[in-house]
Design a protein around this ligand. Structure first.
Ligand code: ATP
Length: 135
């Protein structure tokens, strides 16, 4: 493995969710999934409500990423997003309850806005469950 690392930050309006040097970054863009290794050419992508992950010295860490943007340049990478959680910080019981609540709302929805909000809540919770899963 090369000595070169990527300096990577995940930032929300509230906090820095992650900041470290990593060997690789994988994320889900609106146009598909992508991976970035050191010395990649400059790159930007809009992010899906899904997961991202890093590898560092053989360790893998996953994150739920609630949309936002990814930028890479000169081995500096950043994800700017409204909300993100690191795998170990995700409360899976809370995410499952959020899905149950949203599914009940979908069942009784009276407007497109209600349907949209419930589907968005389900997408957030699914991203959290995916990030918290071991594989
Ligand atoms: P809920 O209905 O459970 O609040 P939500 O999708 O509406 O879920 P958000 O508005 O996206 O929640 O996030 C509000 C705050 O709660 C954020 O700081 C987010 O990181 C945190 N959060 C939401 N769900 C979880 C979870 N399952 N585990 C850990 N943190 C969570």
């Amino acid at each position: 493995m090369s000595d070169k690392k990527i300096h990577f930050k995940i930032i929300t309006p509230e906090k820095i969710v992650f900041e470290d040097d990593v060997d690789a970054i994988y994320a889900q863009g609106l146009a598909g999934s992508f991976g970035v290794l050191p010395n990649h050419i400059p790159f930007m992508a809009s992010l899906a409500v899904d997961t991202a992950s890093i590898e560092n010295n053989g360790e893998k860490i996953k994150f739920s990423i609630i949309g936002g943007a990814f930028q890479f340049k000169n081995n500096d990478a950043i994800i700017l997003t409204e909300v993100a959680e690191r795998d170990v910080d995700i409360d899976t019981a809370r995410a499952k309850l959020a899905i149950e609540r949203a599914e009940a709302k979908l069942g009784s929805a009276q407007s497109q806005n209600e349907i949209k909000a419930a589907n968005a809540a389900i997408a957030r919770a699914m991203a959290r469950l995916k990030a918290a899963s071991k594989n």
